[in-house]
Design a protein around this ligand. Structure first.
Ligand code: PMP
Ligand code: GLU
Length: 388
């Protein structure tokens, strides 16, 4: 008889977004007509200049291991990006390149969290946060937030959760699944609280270029030297450059933390593909106009989708100021979001992600990272389904 798997493996909940994506692909392969508002995966193709940079890297024999922290020129380009776009000054020594933001978050939690350390996470949260904390041996502690406040946490809600065991606050800005953005004042109060208690902050800013209606994104590490020392800023290429399958992300923080992360990665993953890294340099250094064009298109989709939702009785949602998701309250229809999402998939042919995966029942998440045509088709189906 086989001995059981590790407790770690058995306690783990698989990624609901990736599972749903696999199911959607399977149904499509079987010939079913499915519109995917499920996974948050940009439908755009990779820019030709970035593709060419990868081809050039192959032809120039960039086939060897790189520094575990990533190719120096890429870390230089990231350092310049963080200064230009996020007003944070980091040298390439403070930066580690990773296999997507996911690997950055995972490695950072492994570096910071000891057994039973507590990690505070505002709810709703991106599906992988709680499981990554558990894999690091930590305990996720959720911050209850209010719909009326776009589910944004504030310092007053976080403060009572801080104990001797609290080690990290994990935030996402703009937020997946709500599309909400932290305003500077709220962020400053949270930064002050973390500095007062010496808490590390992991700030996942992977959607920082997806901001609408002239809103402004602030990086928490830019709010002062003390908070910068405690913060690890995480970002990646999956969303901004529509390169999710290329697996490229990064983390920037204090040298001690980055060094520990690099030791951890050096014993398991090493570094992202050398070819992908060379393409990443091109992505960061080229004219960024095409990113703005993509964001404009997301905005057009966002407006269409919210316009449709406004006409459906019994539905309310958080008006998204950023990212590419709409977190929608369906409690008037069902209190079991997983079942409800399955009915929408089977009966309306639209894939959506249940709120339960984000720690929030009674909600479902729509992604508008798919074509405008699909959005029109999917909203027609959803309107019919929800108006029955
Ligand atoms: N953080 C958030 C909030 C996300 O939505 C995602 C999903 N792509 C990631 C991190 C991970 O992205 P990747 O590993 O593709 O860079
Ligand atoms: N982050 C995206 C989402 O939330 C992609 C899926 C994933 O990486 O989990 O749908």
């Amino acid at each position: 008889m086989l001995k059981p798997l590790s407790e770690k493996a058995m306690n783990l909940v698989p990624s609901v977004t990736l599972e749903l994506s696999a199911l959607t692909k399977q149904l499509k392969a079987e010939g079913k007509d499915i519109v995917s508002f499920g996974i948050g995966e940009p439908d755009f193709n990779v820019n030709d200049e970035i593709k060419q940079a990868a081809i050039d890297a192959i032809n120039a024999d960039y086939s060897h291991y790189t520094d575990v922290k990533g190719i120096y020129a890429l870390r230089e380009a990231i350092s310049e990006r963080l200064l230009r776009e996020n007003a944070i000054e980091y040298s390439p020594e403070n930066i580690m390149v990773t296999n997507g933001a996911k690997h950055a978050l995972f490695t950072c939690l492994q570096a910071l969290v000891s057994d039973n350390d507590e990690v505070i996470i505002p709810q709703p949260y991106w599906v992988s946060y709680s499981e990554m904390v558990k894999m690091a041996g930590g305990v996720p502690i959720m911050v209850e937030t209010a719909f009326e406040d776009s589910f944004l946490p504030d310092a007053e809600q976080i403060a009572p959760l801080i104990t001797e065991k609290t080690k990290v606050l994990l935030i996402n800005d703009p937020i997946n699944p709500t599309g909400a953005i932290f305003d500077k004042n709220r962020l400053s109060q949270i930064a002050e609280l973390c500095v007062r208690h010496g808490l590390y902050i992991i700030s996942d800013e992977i959607y920082d270029k997806f901001i609408y209606d002239g809103a402004k994104h602030t990086s928490i590490a830019s709010l002062g030297d003390e908070v910068k020392q405690l913060t690890v800023t995480v970002n990646g290429f999956s969303k901004t450059y529509a390169m999710p399958g290329w697996r490229l992300g990064y983390a920037a923080g204090a040298q001690g933390v980055i060094k520990a992360m690099s030791s951890i990665s050096g014993q398991c993953v090493s570094h992202p593909s050398s070819i992908t890294q060379m393409a990443g340099i091109k992505a960061l250094r080229m004219d960024q106009g095409f990113v703005g064009e993509m964001v404009k298109e997301y905005d057009r989709r966002r407006k269409y989708m919210t316009g449709c939702l406004d006409k459906i009785k019994g539905v309310r949602y958080i008006y998204p100021a950023g990212a590419f998701y709409i977190f929608t309250d369906i409690s008037a229809f069902s209190d079991n979001s997983a079942q409800f999402a399955m009915s929408i998939l089977k009966e309306a042919g639209v894939a959506v992600v249940p709120g339960s995966g984000f720690g929030k029942e009674g909600f479902i998440r729509f992604s508008y990272a798919c074509s405008y045509e699909d959005i029109v088709k999917g909203m027609e189906r959803l309107t019919k389904f929800l108006s029955r």
